[in-house]
Ligand binder design. Structure first.
Ligand SMILES: [Zn+2]
Length: 226
């Protein structure tokens, strides 16, 4: 075994011991219950560790991650996670979280060819194509982050439109869908305010959030260069 991997295993032993010392009975309690309130759908990027960013412990956040935090209606992996989270765990919130300078979004924006993932990123290219006129109207250096935010809005709307969420709302289950973006440069999460707690809130929430994103980037473009 390589030294590096042994370091990981040693580090895990230390973490488990430290955790048990800090909170005696932590693991035996965790074994008995998993009651997270939140489902996090985020990017697979290693710089965006879900639990750490919101300072939640294991057992408090149910997590699904893929390249560029995409919610596709035919992706059985994501849909299965969503259904378990909503139907079995009864999470109260689904949060789609993108991040600035996302490599997947950048590749989609620039038509970069990297391999199999190009097919997956077609979903982000659909977002790009849908908003291409507006994206071309803002400064080139702002387009990646703007598309990261547009992608969050589109994927959060997709989450709202899954049968999992639609059925939950139809039977009166409380569940709120959100869209956030994480700044790699400052470690801060920002709420893009596409917040929907029922089927009829989805379209107006999407339009409001979209207008706010566009307004912010347009205002930045109009500011004189420092
Ligand atoms: Zn990413």
């Amino acid at each position: 075994m390589s030294t590096e991997l042994q370091e990981l295993l040693d580090s895990n032993k230390q973490w488990a011991a430290d955790t048990e010392t800090r909170e005696p009975g932590f693991f035996s309690r965790l074994l008995k219950q998993q009651t997270p309130q939140y489902l996090w759908i985020g990017c697979a990027d290693s710089r965006v560790p879900a639990n750490e960013l919101v300072n939640l412990l294991p057992g408090e956040l149910f997590v699904h991650r893929n390249v560029a935090n995409v919610v596709v209606h035919s992706d059985l992996n994501c849909l299965s996670v969503m259904q378990f989270a909503v139907d079995a765990l009864k999470v109260k919130h689904i949060i789609v979280v993108g991040h600035s300078n996302c490599g997947g979004v950048k590749a989609a924006l620039l038509d970069a060819r990297t391999g199999l993932v190009d097919n997956w990123l077609r979903h982000v290219q659909d977002v790009r194509n849908h908003h291409s006129e507006w994206l071309e109207s803002i400064a080139v250096e702002q387009r990646v982050n703007a598309l990261c935010e547009l992608n969050v809005l589109e994927q959060a709307r997709n989450a709202c439109q899954t049968t999992v969420v639609q059925d939950a709302w139809a039977r009166g289950q409380e569940i709120v869908v959100h869209g956030w973006v994480y700044g790699l440069h400052n470690g801060l999460l920002e709420d893009l305010r596409i917040t929907a707690a029922s089927a009829d809130q989805v379209a107006p929430a999407f339009q409001r959030a979209l207008a706010a994103v566009k307004q912010r980037y347009e205002a930045a473009r109009l500011q004189p260069a420092a």
